[in-house]
Design a binder for this molecule. Structure first.
Ligand code: HEM
Length: 221
């Protein structure tokens, strides 16, 4: 057992535990093709649609968790992405963007797991919150830059608003604050381990969505 004060911070544990899966997600065929400029805007649109289903589950679930001792501190209105995704989709699909919109099976499974955690296991919801929002604040900015250049969206404009956190002036500082919240999470060691396991599951759920998107948009078709 670690002496008091020397235990590895939870924010470090969760980052280290998901590091390998992060690399897998980052280097998935679909992401590589998308960010390599080898796919059309239809693939980017389809990807954005999947995000909408996931964020709807994350953010529909958020309201009831505001007063939860574990998940409550993480619920911050400046992170919310549903409105931005809807503006992006209106730009990408037109005003009737909702018509015919359906999640891929992997997306439906991902959104269902997020909703289940929000309903029944707030600490597990933190794993999903971390996996998405901290990623969006980090690599999301790389994706935005590529998307603007590849498909000609206005800088930080319609089509890439999902990646623009208007109310977070200093993402690096925000991420530091977020890691402090993780380090102070109201959970014992066993529960922290379960959160880490759920984070790995969250990454796997993302990778499964990329896999299905890769099947819909194969380069060699
Ligand atoms: C091509 C796609 C991606 C790129 C280029 C990318 C890039 C990055 C970079 C550069 C960081 C480090 C930021 C820092 O040290 O402050 C980061 C962090 C992160 N990314 Fe990604 N990423 C990608 C995909 C993903 C995906 C698909 C997920 C999960 C859904 C994800 C989740 C995260 C998380 C949770 C962090 C924060 C790690 C931590 O500091 O605790 N990323 N990403």
């Amino acid at each position: 057992m670690d002496a008091p004060g020397t235990a590895t911070p939870f924010s470090t544990l969760i980052r280290t535990a998901s590091h390998q899966q992060h690399t897998e997600a980052e280097t998935s065929t679909f992401m590589g093709d998308l960010l390599g400029g080898r796919l059309g805007v239809d693939a980017y649109t389809r990807y954005t649609e999947q995000l909408w289903f996931v964020y709807r589950a994350l953010e529909d679930g958020a309201e009831s968790l505001r007063s939860d001792p574990a998940a409550g501190p993480f619920i911050r209105s400046e992170l919310m992405r549903s409105t931005e995704l809807e503006r992006d989709l209106a730009h990408l699909r037109g005003p009737g963007w909702r018509e015919g919109l359906a999640p891929l099976p992997a997306t439906a499974a991902y959104a269902e797991r997020v909703a289940e955690c929000a309903r029944t296991w707030p600490a597990g919801y933190i794993a999903h919150h971390y996996t998405r929002y901290l990623g969006d604040l980090s690599g999301g900015q790389i994706i935005r830059d590529k998307a603007e250049k590849t498909w000609g969206f206005a800088r930080k404009g319609d089509g890439v608003r999902f990646y623009v956190f208007e109310e977070i002036a200093n993402p690096a500082a925000f991420k530091r604050g977020y890691r402090e919240l993780l380090d102070a999470v109201d959970a014992d060691d066993l529960e922290k381990q379960r959160i880490i396991d759920e984070c790995k599951r969250a990454f796997a759920l993302n990778t499964a969505v990329f896999r299905e998107l890769g099947e819909v948009f194969p380069l060699s078709a």
